[in-house]
Design a protein. Structure first.
Lengths: 204, 204
DNA sequence: GCATTTTGCTTGACACTGTCTAGATACATC
DNA sequence: GATGTATCTAGACAGTGTCAAGCAAAATGC
């Protein structure tokens, strides 16, 4: 691999890293394509060649975020063991852990109209997150959400509480009310688990 | 009241209306202060005199949104009757109804770092929404969320599922999976109620 | 009733933004 | 070695939010 190939292959990745840094520092509403290029050490026109426009760059970054979210969930589930409910809770805790660790990236992925959802890579990896939830739901309640409306309601209730809790935490609306900021890591987990369990209890 | 007095008194309100129209059309990431001013029929520097800067204008708009949200919830609760659980569900349905009716405004209120939360008007009206939930929760489980941690968990679980469901619906992640787009209004309500009830069931 | 201050808004300037186009440089291919 | 292609630079353009200066009208002071 020559130097130029390295630079060629590397610039797209370098730009994505620079974009994530800029995103976490400036927020989704103030991120600047020129600042990203400057951070990556290239001219302001360089990103266009790899990502088309600013939207293309942020779509790629959001897709990268979904892959990381998936990894956070997988990691949690593996330590949770085989019990279906435990895996759903673990998956939810991973979802929240990711949102807290990368709040601006999370906002880009879920609260923004910027990423192009028809982008193949973005679509597929976002679908993977959903299908994991489908599998976990079916393992838990024994019914396929795609064919059983009640099972899909279980799924959406589970997703909603996880997603909503993540949003309320990263927007600062849950930290103080729940006293999360004064808790140990174990207490945090216990508190969040107790909340998630309120929607995943047994009984239709 | 002279013509100039009318314009004077009215411009702030006119700008807010223009801002909401622009927001709903352009979205939170593309709204332009100059376009708002143009729509209101004034120069691009006029808004600064009433709202300081763009953030001030959008903070005022978000506060107006909270008032409207409160109204949507009140309206629903009044028709729901006195039963606490019914009021919680009604309040949640009003929350979702508001989000679906004004998705960009909802995003401005909850998913944006733009509104200044230390703004007195914004803070107070946002607090009103929360305190309504506090009252409903206490009426439902009989314990004060401010002093009883478990009651606060009930509250946050209830808020999370409502907020999360609203987010997932307006971002297009729930409509098709739940088949909401092919339902009658009554069926929609029934489906959403069934989901909300999964977290507000008795027990614990 | 006149002078003065204050208010509400306009106008123009500034730095900054994303995108487009033309050009330069280095690589690959024949 | 010549041609073509990919990668990146550099400049221009319209549009953005904010700021300062100016202006007209209303409010205020005497």
């Amino acid at each position: 691999m020559t130097e130029s190939e390295f630079r060629h292959e590397g610039l797209a990745a370098t730009l994505l890293e620079a974009a994530e840094t800029e995103l976490s520092q400036s927020g989704i509403e103030r991120i600047s394509l020129r600042a990203v290029a400057k951070r990556a050490g290239v001219s302001h026109g360089a990103p266009a060649h790899h990502f088309g426009d600013a939207r293309g760059l942020l779509t790629a970054l959001a897709a990268k975020g979904y892959q990381r979210l998936l990894h956070y969930q997988t990691s949690r589930e593996e330590t949770a063991g085989p019990e279906p409910l435990a895996r759903i809770i673990a998956s939810g805790l991973g979802y929240i852990e990711f949102a807290v660790a990368f709040p601006e990236l999370f906002a880009l992925m879920f609260n923004s109209a910027v990423p192009d959802r028809s982008d193949t890579r973005f679509f597929n990896v976002a679908l993977s997150v959903f299908e994991r939830l489908v599998e976990n739901t079916q393992a838990h309640n024994g019914r396929n959400p795609y064919t059983d409306p009640d099972s899909m309601k279980d799924l959406m209730a589970s997703w909603s509480v996880v997603h909503g809790l993540a949003e309320l935490i990263i927007s600062g609306r849950a930290e103080r009310t729940l006293g999360l900021d004064q808790m140990t890591e174990a207490q945090r987990e216990e508190t969040l688990t107790a909340i998630l369990l309120r929607v995943n209890r047994t009984g239709s």
